[in-house]
Write a protein that binds this ligand. Structure first.
Ligand code: ANZ
Ligand code: ZN
Length: 823
């Protein structure tokens, strides 16, 4: 063909790949495996540029590894349960299943148009019965091991939507969907005991060198391990004690009041009758505030006095007991010994309610006056007003005070984690039913394995009111107790969609396995994922849940690895006009339009060339155009070369002209650079730039029609085509075929780098001054006359003969001789 018409080329090759199942893989023990995974999309309706970028990055790696002889598992599927399907159903009077599967069909066709090298035989959607039924089985096994359990907890609740909201769905205290005021509601919820794995999850962050440090740090902070003490404070005039958790037992002598979470179980019993009304009103108010806001640094600290006191166990000082909005029930013990001189929140609180200040840590060479303090002193210093510990450095006193408390029976050393158990109950329809039944007689009864799966019924109504429609479906709710046969009620909550994304990478290993969720042998062959690619927004939740699930499934005997993802790449965003592409900003570029105008190869090339994967990609129409022009240029080059290439035999370096040697040198230097850039750094942009340069060198090379140059030109252009194939697979296949090959680029293998061919050739230049040999220079063959002269004038042996003389002329015989004439 004369002209590069992407549509023709792309349709042809996509059809060929589909028919031949080019990317289908099996567990071939003879080949090294490579498991490549990109985070699967939510089937929202259409793919966006973020997907194009994410999946193009993955596809380069996948195709590259295939060319290098790896058995590459590169699957794709759909994270298909979730809220938007339900909202769409309410809006369009449709069904979430219909909406979801239609979206999947369209988005699948879009991904196919991009030419991604997926093994489509392994495709799955998490809303497929054949997927979620296995999750129910695993849930029940986790329940059996105590890893899934039920407890009441406070949740964000929208009274209008009648549903629990995740913290991310609460915007300024209001429901993201209907804008009603969000309240806190006590609800029975199912939890996964991720806290059982807190220590291993934390420790293993040190064993993931292939993860970005930023993500590991975020996970460590999320797990939030603190070392400290639990200390008991006797309540004045009673038998009860208040237990606090502190990481700063060195400040114990400075604790002047007590702050409890408003939801603390002792709150009301500590409240004196005269204060009851005020305290109850305060508790009510705080319960309505979401926790993220409550703990924000700039959130106004507020509290209320209960009327009771406790006793500081080391100073015997009376401490008023307050309820404070910034103390959370579910961290530590829900009670804080307040040290206003050394904790900023306590300081602000004490100032507001005029509570006493006692300094117990003095800065180096200074004596703080509590009355003059404008902020808490939170650094290390010298202990003061602390009895036997005075004069010690505060960090050393920590250990000594902990020992002292233990000896006196006042406190114990503890470790505390910020990580909470994972609440998975959602009062929603479009999700995986939690397979339990509630019986008035037998209590919580797991659905017996023989009765699995609990099928999500299709015949429900979507009114948008009154919470989950499952609740109103009698045929679903009313079931006999599997234990005693009495009528009982089925759980109507479904699982958080993060549960499905916590093990989909395991199901990809064996998507057709009918005997259980995971075929151990096949999973053992593929796991762990060698390269995982996705957005940084999943740094904690998804990536932590998936790590937890892998460990839990390991302990249930399903997998043999400890960690799911060996290497993680977090790609940057796609931005346009300085902002993330989004509908609300109106700066969206639609992939379909791009493909129709330029073709998938251009879309891929641009998104790979414009920035390295981790960086944000700045959209540029000229950049897209440039990518298209480059591909056209390669196309033309191949057409131009067709008469001269493929005719000769192997390259014989001894028979080559200097120009041919130079071209060959460029070829092999480029192979080396592109290989390193792709394999080690994922610097696709610089790899592409190097290929572009090589294309320029081939254009410039002459004479193209000399028969002896055929082999070098063939090697050069074939290398270009193979090296381009991971980036722009369709056009590369087409050019490969037109160069006379059958069987696809992949069968060619990645070009190998010949170090000998890449070595810069050098010449020995003889330097004469006034006809006499005065020096010898070694210079690169590429050196210009100017460079040779400069080197000669700077040469230590030559220099003395030029000193104090007038330069008359310098005659250069390229590659041989420089004659300098001085007078
Ligand atoms: C006394 C103290 C004095 C504290 C001082 C700090 C500085 P991390 O490091 O995050 O674990 N705390 C304990 N439980 C709390 C709760 N449920 N809600 C809010 N705050 C709570 O934080 C531990 C510190 O956070 C503890 O140490 C406690 O305040 C507070 F100069 O105790 B500290
Ligand atoms: Zn029963």
């Amino acid at each position: 063909e004369e002209k590069y018409i992407p549509r023709n080329v792309e349709e042809k090759w996509q059809k060929t790949w589909e028919e031949n199942k080019t990317c289908k893989v099996t567990e071939d023990p003879a080949k090294p495996k490579y498991y490549l995974l990109e985070m699967f999309p939510y089937p929202s309706g259409r793919i966006h540029m973020g997907h194009v970028r994410n999946y193009s990055i993955g596809d380069v790696i996948g195709r590259f590894k295939r060319l290098r002889g790896f058995n590459v598992l590169h699957p794709m599927g759909w994270d298909a349960f979730g809220m938007p399907a339900e909202n769409a159903a309410i809006q369009h009077k449709s069904h979430p299943a219909k909406w979801t599967y239609e979206n999947i069909a369209y988005m699948r066709s879009q991904l196919k148009k991009m030419g991604f090298s997926y093994d489509w035989d392994r495709e799955l959607a998490t809303c497929d019965l054949d997927y979620y039924k296995w999750e129910q089985k695993m849930f029940l096994e986790m329940y059996g091991k105590g890893l899934a359990y039920k407890k009441t907890s406070y949740v964000n609740w929208c009274p209008k939507c009648e549903t629990v909201l995740a913290n991310e769905q609460v915007e300024d205290g209001a429901c993201w969907r209907c804008d009603s005021e969000v309240t806190q509601k006590e609800l029975e919820q199912w939890f996964f005991k991720i806290t059982d794995y807190a220590e291993e999850l934390l420790e293993n962050t040190g064993k993931l060198p292939g993860w970005p440090e930023r993500v590991l740090t975020m996970q460590r902070n999320w797990i939030g391990k603190s070392y400290g003490c639990e200390i008991d404070f006797p309540v004045e005039g009673g038998l009860s004690k208040i237990r606090v958790f502190t990481t700063r037992q060195d400040t114990l002598f400075g604790a002047t009041f007590m702050s409890l979470a408003p939801e603390h179980p002792m709150a009301l019993e500590l409240t004196t009758p005269d204060r009851r009304a005020g305290v109850e009103a305060f508790i009510d108010k705080v319960k309505k505030t979401d926790k993220i806001r409550r703990t924000a640094e700039d959130f106004e600290k507020e509290g209320v006095f209960t009327g009771s006191y406790c006793i500081n166990p080391v100073t015997n000082r009376k401490m008023p007991i307050y309820l404070a909005n910034f103390v959370l029930l579910d961290y530590g013990t829900g009670a804080v010994m307040a040290v206003p001189t050394h904790d900023q929140r306590d300081f602000e609180f004490a100032k507001k309610y005029d509570l006493p200040l006692q300094v117990v840590i003095q800065p180096e060479g200074e004596t703080l006056d509590p009355a003059a303090m404008t902020a808490a002193y939170t650094e290390i210093g010298t202990m003061a007003n602390s009895g036997p510990f005075d004069g010690l450095r505060s960090d050393e006193a920590k250990e000594k005070i902990a020992d002292y408390l233990a000896k006196e029976g006042i406190g114990i050393k503890t470790v505390n984690y910020r990580l909470r158990d994972w609440g998975i109950s959602r009062q929603r329809y479009w999700g995986n039913p939690i397979p339990v039944i509630y019986c008035d007689i037998c209590g919580v009864v797991p659905v017996p394995e023989k009765d699995l799966p609990v099928v999500l019924p299709m015949d429900v109504e979507f009114t948008g009111e009154g919470g989950s429609p499952l609740k109103k479906l009698d045929s679903f709710v009313n079931v006999p107790c599997p234990h005693c046969g009495q009528m009982a009620r089925r759980e109507t909550d479904t699982m958080d969609t993060f549960v499905q994304s916590s093990w989909y990478f395991l199901r990809y290993c064996c998507p057709d396995f009918a005997a259980g969720p995971i075929d151990k042998a096949r999973a053992a062959y593929w796991m762990s994922v060698d390269q995982y690619i996705g957005g940084i927004e999943h740094a904690v939740l998804h990536l932590l849940y998936a790590r937890f699930f892998t460990k839990a499934l390991r302990d249930l005997g399903y997998v043999s690895v400890d960690e799911p993802f060996t290497n993680l790449l977090t790609q940057g965003m796609v931005i346009k006009d300085g902002a993330k592409m989004s509908k609300s900003k109106g700066n969206v570029v639609d992939p379909d339009a791009l493909i129709n105008r330029y073709g998938a190869d251009t879309a891929r090339l641009f998104s790979l060339f414009a920035a390295p994967p981790e960086k944000d990609l700045d959209w540029s129409d000229q950049g897209v155009d440039g990518s298209f022009r480059f591909l056209s240029r390669v196309w033309r080059l191949v057409c131009d070369l067709l008469p001269f290439v493929g005719k000769g035999t192997a390259v014989d370096p001894a028979a080559l002209s200097d120009e041919a040697l130079a071209l060959r040198r460029s070829v092999h230097k480029t192979i080396r650079k592109v290989t390193d850039d792709i394999d080690e750094r994922f610097h696709f942009n610089t790899a592409i730039a190097a290929i572009m340069e090589l294309v320029n060198s081939i254009y410039a090379f002459e004479p193209k029609n000399a028969p002896e140059n055929g082999p070098v030109l063939t090697e050069a252009i074939e290398s270009v085509v193979i090296m381009l194939s991971p980036f722009v697979p369709h056009v590369a296949e087409e050019l490969w075929e037109s160069l006379g090959h059958r069987g696809g680029v992949e069968s060619a293998g990645w070009p190998s780098f010949d170090p000998a061919a890449a070595v810069d050739a050098e010449f020995l230049i003889v330097v004469q001054v006034n006809g006499k040999l005065r020096g010898k220079l070694t210079v690169s063959v590429d050196a210009t006359e100017e460079q040779v002269k400069a080197a000669a004038f700077a040469d230590e042996k030559v220099k003395p003969w030029l000193e104090g003389k007038q330069l008359r002329k310098a005659i250069y015989v390229p590659g041989k001789l420089l004659n300098i004439v001085v007078g």
